[in-house]
Write a protein that binds this ligand. Structure first.
Ligand code: SF4
Ligand code: FES
Length: 381
């Protein structure tokens, strides 16, 4: 045995940082819809600030080399990028699994075929409601409901697996089950029913979006019952209303642990709302390699692992299950991103959830939406 044999190497004191598995690429903030629950920031980036095709493709190559397996092509509306097919072609060539997260608006039948031929692996189509008038009102776009029916048919015809995604809130909570049924009719293999997360525009619209207790609980029960009805037909992913859980979710699977986001301008973020946290500076893929950003940039180190935690998380047996919950939610509800997520029943701030984020009162007046507005023109594939 020589001195460099593995038996002589001292084990590291902390586990090494694993590479990311997924990358969410916000290709653009441009979007024809105006959904009031959008998680994009309030300051939307214009077309002129977006990364160009060559830079995105370089980032995807770096991601593949780093160990990323899946890229989620998102926005805004990623179909607004004229180079979307070119990007998909590149990702497929370097072996990345590509998931297009789209509202469907701007897609054509030929565009879907072209994306499929380019190697797209999966489509995740958003729906706003199971009733046309309400869906179009939520989206702030007349004709959105009808267009999505057509897009779903094109996706199925092209042989692409389809997931339907529905965000649940006051205006559609009574039709959560109908949206599962709609996803089945559209031919989806999977449906994601997700109660609104209050970040970005969702936070601005919280009073309008928050459901009442009775309607939220009824929706949860209805969707859970449909699991049995549709077992073997469609997979139901059900993301429960966060403010009403006993323990928080492991947001992003833990900060800088599994995935990262790249904004339209190239900023690398550990989560979509990370820019709301004061004091964090985010490296840009224009200036730094993805590997350097992931392993060494201070923003990714800030809440990685468990060493940053204070009590009650520091000595909690769940600390490697939920990683203290969501940093951005802790900030939004307590003003301090390093505190325990107030959703947790052990959090000293847990009362703030009930006080700030309580259910809508029975008979409360409707609150008008502040629509997410995008001034840039949108083009088709
Ligand atoms: Fe999770 Fe912290 Fe609550 Fe424990 S105390 S359950 S680690 S949020
Ligand atoms: Fe930022 Fe949860 S959204 S950590």
């Amino acid at each position: 045995m020589n001195e460099t044999s593995p038996q002589n190497v001292a084990p590291p004191l902390t586990p090494p940082v694993a590479p990311p598995l997924g990358l969410l690429a916000e290709l653009t903030h441009r979007c024809p819809l105006a959904c009031p629950y959008c998680s994009n920031p309030l300051e939307l980036e214009p077309l002129a600030h977006e990364l160009d095709t060559a830079t995105w493709n370089r980032v995807f190559s770096e991601a593949a080399a780093l160990g990323v397996l899946q890229v989620h092509l998102s926005g805004g509306e990623p179909v607004a990028r004229r180079d979307l097919t070119e990007i998909v072609t590149h990702c497929a060539k370097i072996g990345l699994y590509t998931n297009l997260i789209t509202s469907g608006i701007g897609l054509t039948e030929r565009g879907v075929e072209a994306l499929s031929e380019a190697g797209l692996d999966h489509v995740q189509l958003s729906i706003q409601d199971a009733e046309a008038a309400s869906a179009d009102r939520i989206a702030g776009y007349e004709g959105a409901y009808a267009k999505k029916q057509a897009v779903a048919a094109w996706v199925i015809k092209a042989g692409l697996p389809l997931t339907v995604n529905a965000v649940i809130h006051h205006a559609n909570v009574s039709r959560a089950g109908k949206m599962v049924e709609m996803a089945v009719k559209l031919g989806a293999r999977r449906v994601e029913i997700a109660h609104t997360q209050y970040y970005g525009w969702g936070l601005v619209n919280r009073a309008a979006l928050m459901p009442g207790r009775t309607e939220a609980e009824a929706a949860v029960a209805e969707v859970e019952a449909l699991r049995q009805t549709y077992a073997g037909t469609i997979v139901i992913d059900h993301v429960m209303p966060d403010y009403h859980a006993r323990y928080p979710k492991a947001c992003m699977g833990g900060w800088a642990r599994r995935t990262l986001n790249i904004t339209p301008t190239g900023k690398a973020l550990p989560c979509h709302a990370a820019e709301t946290i004061p004091g964090l500076n985010f490296a840009n893929v224009r200036d730094m390699s993805l590997a350097d950003i992931w392993f060494h940039s201070p923003a990714f180190e800030a809440f990685r692992g468990t060493a940053w935690m204070r009590e009650p998380c520091a000595s909690c047996e769940r600390k490697e299950i939920d990683f203290g919950g969501c940093r951005c939610q802790a900030l939004a509800l307590t003003g301090d991103a390093s505190r325990t997520d107030p959703v947790c029943i052990a959090s000293p701030d847990h009362d703030k959830v009930a006080a700030v984020a309580g259910f809508r009162q029975e008979g409360a007046a409707e609150v008008p939406y502040v629509y997410r507005r995008q001034k840039q023109p949108v083009s088709s594939v």
